[in-house]
Design a protein around this ligand. Structure first.
Ligand code: NAD
Length: 508
């Protein structure tokens, strides 16, 4: 089969215009029990490219969440009882439908978030893969262990926990939503999804796609709105048994408090300030490619981005000079242009926050070796120049705080022990990346890094069965493969007497 030509910016713009016409006319409502539901209040979702309004979006309240949670509760038992093969087939059908709409999903995501098409086209395909991967695990989801003793058989099994809440952030929203929703549905749970208020568009299309593919009403409900009302109400609702949350560490902490009264099980994927450590003996060309990719792809709005480069002081001047040259050449541009590498930041508030770090860096004594200013991009949106901070020390705010943009902080180190100490000196612990040709050192350092995921001589290459999650302020729990089912399911032990073992005779 010949590969079809990738679309041009003109093709993407034509596709987008058609989709925008419908969105502007109809707005975006909630989907509850398979039906569109509107709220009296709405909010605008705007494009970071030109600040134009994409659609009016229903602003969900506690009452909308209550309706959605009740719909999810009513749909739970019948959905959990579906035969595994039937559920597997339906999830595959959803994956097919996502693939069929992948170009629509990609251009909408670009327009709603500012992320570049080269990455969003892949994210749409990955969203389908998330469904496919968990579809194939459905038949084994309930499997457990056989733990016999001399007089009893113990058999463990897993059962879906019940209706769950999924709360997602605005960075790669479609990919992250499917990463949570697909395993929940595969486990037999029903879902109420509260997408981020800055990026509601693809969540709306996703729930429509699921229903068109045959998902029964009430199994996936989507309620739009703000964290402090719709989000909070979801975490407090008694019918919701667990909350899968991706977002900021401080929001995770708030959700834990909100969910305490109803004893919610929580799974948190939170912030990061991840180190990439480059030793002098590394393959420096490959390390350079990975360093650039892991902070400047996806606009740097990526939880696993390596936002701190810890560089062996012996090679720091030369490596940093090569790095600055690459950063200056990054193609900042329109997100629908397939050549674009960095698009506009998602929102005025995020843009303001990010730009404030240019002054913070200078005030703290760092050097701005590249970027450090806004960029006059097409549409006049929230563009910044990809930025490189050098001469940084670990106590500076640019070395401690998650900036979440195309901004890299370079910190030189003197020794292996020094590198590990700097790497671990932050509140976060999501990922770590190590570049060296000494395999003993690679494993030694990996063992000492405080992080949930470490890549040695590699960038963030994902394999879906592997555990995904963070330590410290970066999260609680793991996703991926069977780890996801540990969260969305309860483990139950069934104990059966083999014969007539002796039973203590009280009162005999
Ligand atoms: P955020 O915490 O501000 O918002 C995330 C979601 O939580 C939104 O849907 C929001 O409406 C909702 N929310 C806010 N307050 C709430 C409350 N009190 N109760 C319930 N829900 C509430 O995060 P963001 O700014 O949208 O996303 C960026 C953050 O997400 C970054 O810190 C990033 O590192 C993190 N993130 C982590 C991972 C990971 O896997 N560890 C992945 C992606 C993003």
């Amino acid at each position: 089969m010949t590969k079809s030509k990738s679309p041009s910016i003109a093709d993407n713009s034509v596709r987008l215009e058609k989709l925008l016409t419908t969105l502007k006319r109809d707005g975006i409502g909630h989907t509850i029990n398979g039906q569109r539901v509107d709220s009296p209040a709405t909010f605008d979702t705007t494009s970071p490219v030109d600040k134009s309004v994409i659609a009016k979006v229903a602003r969900g309240t506690a009452s909308d969440i209550d309706k959605a949670a009740k719909a999810a509760a009513a749909a739970f038992k019948p959905w959990a009882a579906w035969a595994p093969e039937k559920r597997r087939a339906l999830l595959h059908k959803i994956a097919d439908a996502i693939e069929a709409r992948a170009d629509d999903l990609a251009v909408l995501e670009c327009w709603d978030t500012g992320q570049a098409y080269r990455f969003m086209s892949k994210a749409a395909v990955r969203a389908a893969e998330n469904f496919r991967f968990f579809a194939d695990r459905v038949p084994d989801a309930r499997n457990g262990q056989s733990l016999p003793t001399s007089d009893h058989w113990n058999v463990t099994t897993r059962v879906p926990i019940g209706p769950v809440g999924v709360i997602t952030p605005w960075n790669t929203p479609l990919m992250l939503s499917t990463w949570k929703i697909a395993p929940a549905l595969a486990a037999g749970c029903t879902v109420v999804h509260k997408p981020a208020e800055w990026s509601p568009v693809t969540a709306d299309l996703l729930v429509q796609i699921c229903h068109e593919a045959g998902l029964p009403p009430g199994v996936l409900n989507t309620v739009h709105g703000f964290g402090e009302d719709a989000g909070k109400a979801l975490t407090e609702h008694p019918a919701i048994k667990a909350i899968g949350f991706v977002g900021e560490s401080s929001t995770g902490s708030a959700i834990m408090k909100q969910g305490a009264d109803t004893l919610k099980r929580v799974h948190f994927e939170l912030g990061g300030k991840n180190p990439v450590i480059v030793f002098a003996d590394a393959d420096l060309d490959r390390a350079l490619d990975a360093v650039v990719f892991m902070i400047y792809s996806l606009n740097g709005e990526r939880c696993t981005s390596s936002s701190r480069l810890l560089i062996d002081e012996k090679i720091a001047p030369e490596f940093t000079a090569r790095l600055a040259e690459r950063v200056n050449k990054l193609k900042v541009g329109h997100p629908l242009d397939p050549a674009t590498e960095v698009g506009p930041l998602i929102h005025e508030r995020h843009y303001g926050k990010l730009c404030s770090y240019f002054d913070i860096a200078k005030k703290d004594g760092a050097t701005i070796a590249a970027g450090g200013k806004s960029h006059d991009g097409p549409g006049g949106g929230y563009y910044v120049t990809p930025t490189l901070f050098t001469s940084a020390t670990t106590s500076m705010r640019i070395a401690q705080e998650e900036i979440f943009g195309p901004v890299l902080t370079v910190i030189p180190f003197k020794s292996e022990a020094d590198a590990v100490e700097i790497a671990n000196s932050v509140q976060y612990g999501l990922t770590g990346y190590v570049w060296t040709s000494d395999m003993g050192r690679a494993l030694r350092v990996a063992d000492q890094l405080e992080a949930g995921m470490i890549w040695l001589n590699s960038e963030n290459v994902r394999h879906l069965p592997t555990p995904f999650g963070g330590t410290k302020a970066s999260g609680i729990g793991r996703d991926g493969g069977d780890y996801s089912f540990d969260f969305y399911m309860e483990t139950k032990n069934i104990c059966l007497a083999k014969g007539t073992h002796s039973i203590p005779k009280l009162g005999a």
